[in-house]
Design a protein around this ligand. Sequence first.
Ligand code: HEM
Length: 404
Amino acid sequence: MTPQEDPAAASPPTLATAGVLDTAHVVGGVLTPIVAEGVLARRKTMVRLGGRLDTHGKAARILNGLKDRYDADALRLRFPRKMVVALRPPAVQAILHGTPDPFIPASREKVSTLSRFQPTGVLVSDLRHRPARRELNEFALQTSAPVHTLYERCAVIVREEVGELLAECHDGRLTWDVAAIAHWRMVRRLVFGDATRDQEDLTDMLTRLRHDANWAYAFPPRKDKSAGFRRRLDELVSTAPRDSLAGIVREAPVADRDTVDPTGQIPQWLFAFDAVAVAIHRALALLATDPNTLARAREDIRDLDAGRSPRLPILRATLLESVRLWPTTLAILWETVRDVPWSGGVIPAGTTTVILGEHFQRDDDAMDFAQRFAPDAWLDGRAQAWPVSCRSPTVRANVRGATS
Ligand code: HEM
């Protein structure tokens, strides 16, 4: 990337060091509630408690207060270890544009947690292994295509499972517990084929590993559980039908399968589909509150049924609003692989950079629709024009992944 293409290279973001009290506020009022909610698997009680105590609102007030006090794009914390928190869009852009070198997604926090169930996953891969694994992920998930080639198969699965789900909603209410069961049936069918529809123990295995991983350093990894999960994946990949994601992985043209470990990428996808369930549930709740957008969303479906574009613009925009308003990844933690000179100081190698999505995606200073459901912002370009637009390859791929 040339300096012309990368604004951070021409004029690096500004960096300041937080005072001791401010560091304590960020650690206690912003980072601790996130860890308490569960980074890899949400703890329902803590999420509810967080809602009651308004931890997200308090975190927003802390970060806005810091923005008022520090005229800098990012703040270096004084403890618990080398950390830099993005305060303003230039810092976010520089980090997202600067991946994987100098900002690699495989931060030590992620490696110590995610490695328990995806030791060779792209997200925890170092600079040597990352490119080939990323390439495999892009190949299988078709991140550069507007719509995945399995979309028709996906539509069949969704139609069948949603038909059954609706028959179970006798009182017309769709609860999370019922929706989640149907969701995982769809995911298993799409990832491994129809035969795995009812293999709930498979996804339960992953959920248990994720709950263990929430404890990071405090809880020793259970190697037998991880090995059992991996054996199961290997079996399923070997028998998966061609029109499944596991089938695509099995047949992907990969030069060095031992290093890339195509099967080892699948746990991240299963993990990520949890975010999809949450995002969809919230998107449906948004539609339920907005009859006008609901009617337009129904038009999307009529267009699809009539054989017109499968792009579903209103539903797509609604889903993007769901993740904008309530990001499923509360904090994006990446790490510097070398010293990074910013204006006002150097970020040393081995520093964790923290981007709190909610802080930017609901930024009243940057958009006039920050706190409300505004699907049209994605259709008329206002959302894409906001200062932290999804232009990094990783985030762009995720936006597509979330909507295709
Ligand atoms: C609502 C849906 C989703 C959201 C909001 C979402 C969000 C994210 C975010 C924020 C990251 C970066 C994490 C970090 O660096 O700490 C990420 C990474 C990733 N996601 Fe998703 N994701 C979603 C769905 C999916 C799905 C369905 C898949 C696959 C089937 C997927 C595959 C991946 C992969 C492979 C990465 C790692 C990319 C890399 O490191 O190069 N995501 N996702």
